[in-house]
Design a binder for this molecule. Sequence first.
Ligand code: SF4
Length: 111
Amino acid sequence: MSSHSNELSRRRFLKLSAVGLAAIPALSLLTQRKAYADELPMLQESDTQAQAMHYTNDATKAGDGRQANAFCHTCQLFTPVGDGTTGTCQVFPGKRVNHNGWCVAWTQKAG
Ligand code: SF4
């Protein structure tokens, strides 16, 4: 193999290595984000913010003002996590809500 050919191989190896190394943090971040959502604490009905929004873990026990089809899992602001029995909610960042929960910010899911 000529020295020119060796130099091209070395450059190609370095480029591929750089691409591979650059991908590691991105993959790691994706894995961490999923794990992070799974590990968020559940929103408690006793939380001050939950009470302000009349959040309940069981929508069927909500008082007047709730539509029959209104649950967290039918809400535009809900993103299921794991098996979908819980999820994140844009109203309560850093917490998970019950998929059968409800609060006054419920917004019909599009589609
Ligand atoms: Fe549930 Fe939607 Fe209220 Fe969030 S905004 S707690 S997803 S009903």
